[in-house]
Design a protein around this ligand. Sequence first.
Ligand code: ASP
Length: 616
Amino acid sequence: MALHAVEFPPATHDFQTFLGQAEPNMQVVLHGYIGQRADLSKKLSFVRLTDPTMKYSIQVVAFGKNDATEKLKSLNAHSPVAVRGKVQKKKGKNTDAGDKPAEEKWELALEDVHPLNDFPKDIIMTPETVFAPEHRYLQLRSDAELRDALQFRAEVRNECKKELENCQPPFVEIETPLLFKSTPEGAREFLVPTRRAGLAYALPQSPQQYKQILMASGIPRYFQFARCFRDEDLRADRQPEFTQLDLEMSFATGEDVMRTIEGVVRRLWANLMQDPAPEGPFRRRSYQEVMAKYGSDKPDTRYGMELMRLDHLLPADLVMKISPLENPIVEAFKLESQNNDPAATLKFIGQFLDSPAGAPFNNNPDGGPGVFVYNGKQPLCGLQPFGFEAAEQIEELLEPDHGDLIIIQARPRAPFAGGATPVGDLRRALHGHAVSAGFSPSPTGFDFMWVVDFPLFSPSSDSEPGQGGAAGFSSTHHPFTAPKTAADVDMLLADPTKVVADHYDLVVNGVELGGGSRRIHDAAVQEFILRDILQMKPERLVDFEHLLDALRAGCPPHAGLALGFDRLVAVLLGKESVRDVIAFPKTGKGGDDAMVRAPSPMTEEALETYHLRLRK
Ligand code: ASP
């Protein structure tokens, strides 16, 4: 076994400084990784040395038969080394030209090389190699874009921090505990068993309760880059642990929070982006409005395809053909054809609906999409099934051109609930497919908006535990969000499902960047909502006693928000997945870390320590 030296010569320069100061005969020691060696003869070899940041490199020349050359020849490409050498002008054509980068003007005549470790010969590493998640370190090492993303992420963090600390009064960065306790805030938690029999911590799904207690503690403005943990399905590019830029302000309303966040966003765009900084205040749209117009509470508003209600126009036999529902709502949207070719449109939509992406829409139990291609050469331009009168009105509503696609879709006649309707999902999926198939242009720019006036409560679902109350509904956001107006407080008793929340989400290009709310700061109202409206069991209600006590202790009104920090960085970089901006993301359905192989089985010993027994 060849051991590598514990001691190695310090570098005389980092590459950037070195390249700025290089001159003939300068003696230097440089650290870095060696590249593929080229042996021109027994006595002459070349190799590139890449610096530790992997941003710069320089040519090293080994001349003559000597120890240093021998050592160099024993090394595999990508091995880390310390190289001692003498600077000389690079030979060859045009190396003197003024516009040559310094890397091409100079080279190093090798005097000694200290191997610092080996890189295995059997690992092929090129900038294009894609490594399995088990070898994330190799992916990071070979993929400059990935490393740049991590550096950019750090810059985003600094900019956010500067903006918040420059506010008046400034936000104060405060860490809150990661060993928290289980409370029915909304998401499924991760438990951390302790050595005390039957006692467990829970990892925080967000610092929500601690930050509200900070408001009761006389901290006027708090922020934190907070690690949050949610044991959720990993669909939709989520991670079981993720980072939020979390903040809270006392003596404040949602207006103050939205203004603060607009400042953060503007600063990020002004300092880190090529695109112009978005101008404020960002426009606001109500939940009802975006659900009706786009079928989504986080719509991408850059490409039209707005939904229109058609049910009042449609002949009954057509409705029966597209849906088994009695008296459904029917919505339509139009996808423009770029080349006004009905045959191409038909082919495009056929391909989409036959693909796996189209399957959930075809299989919608409320009926699949009805597809029409507007065609000037056909009777009623292809809208014959609508009948003469409806076809005319649809033309007026949707203003289709030759070759445009018209989709209609039924849904049950019920108030909006949740994040999207099937037609909203179809609009998004179809547009995505149209862009990747070259049928539609890719939308550009950033379109920010606040989605406001969410319902305070939503029907409970199997996928989200909510607060586990007996009311049949759960908090849309979390149970600490305040009703919007005094009338909404009154409505709590009459019909909780109609109560509007003082809740705001920041949405850009179809992505929810974050959300927040004005909080209930009155303990009696908070308790009333938990106990009487959500109908939580008394034994779960006591889990919130700490918060109720803090509110009771003269807590000022307060409001806050959290931005999904991973998502924010991904949006800034135009990345599809948050995995591209996280050093060690979890993969797979189970939220595995394939590299360290977590989660791992609990040993008998550990089970004993924590007083646990596995159920068969
Ligand atoms: N804690 C909330 C969340 O994680 C954010 C907030 O209301 O400030 O979504």
